[in-house]
Design a protein around this ligand. Sequence first.
Ligand code: VGL
Ligand code: ZN
Length: 238
Amino acid sequence: MRKKLLWLSIILGICLMAGFAQAGGPNVAVVLVDVQADFTTAHKGSLAVADSDQPYLDKVTQATKELRKKGLQVFATQDWHPKDHMSFAANHQGKKPFQAIKLADGRTQVLWPTHCVQNSSGSAIVIETSLIDQVVQKGKDPSYDSYSGFKDDGGKVTELKDLLKKQGVETIIVYGIATDYCVRATVVDGLTAGFKVVVVQDLCRGVAPDTSKKAWQEMEQKGALIWESLDPEKVKGL
Ligand code: VGL
Ligand code: ZN
């Protein structure tokens, strides 16, 4: 009798696990990168990237809805800078946006138009916030930039990795803005942290074509799976 019960519970356990795997399971999550007003033409952002109009945002919304329907949790990164942030050209005398400078430690920093200032309208996430389970803010330290959702250029980590690991997430599906900066850095750090990473190409937008092309090559070469577009059916197979 005991033995029968044991077998029954083992079989039930296996069925439950198979069920989760079938659904894409809770071990797959979405990481939506910096879908914020300042990066979009739809909201006349200060650092709007090409082709980031309302139809693009609608496509991101639709994809995110479908993935939520499959039971995936949605984590969103949010660029969240203080006014005196070192990446703003306005904070460097005589420098212009998109110019690169050498920092004291030898690294190169691209200077940007003032963008995603904490609590400004430009910093707002511009898809329905009801689609997002958790927001992870980054770039809060005035002395360091932070393209990656996982850590800043000074090496200080955000809560993203711990949040994902705590939920048992093993695979992340990444998309958003900008391909050549924050998407690229988040994908690379995600791979380093041991996640399987899928990046959805037509849900990403870049700052410039040449750096975006390089970013796609680098992400693929480092082990990310590049999907041209989102096929929710393929999520089952992850
Ligand atoms: C980003 C430049 C500056 C991004 C953020 O989200 O890719 N790019 N800050
Ligand atoms: Zn920024």
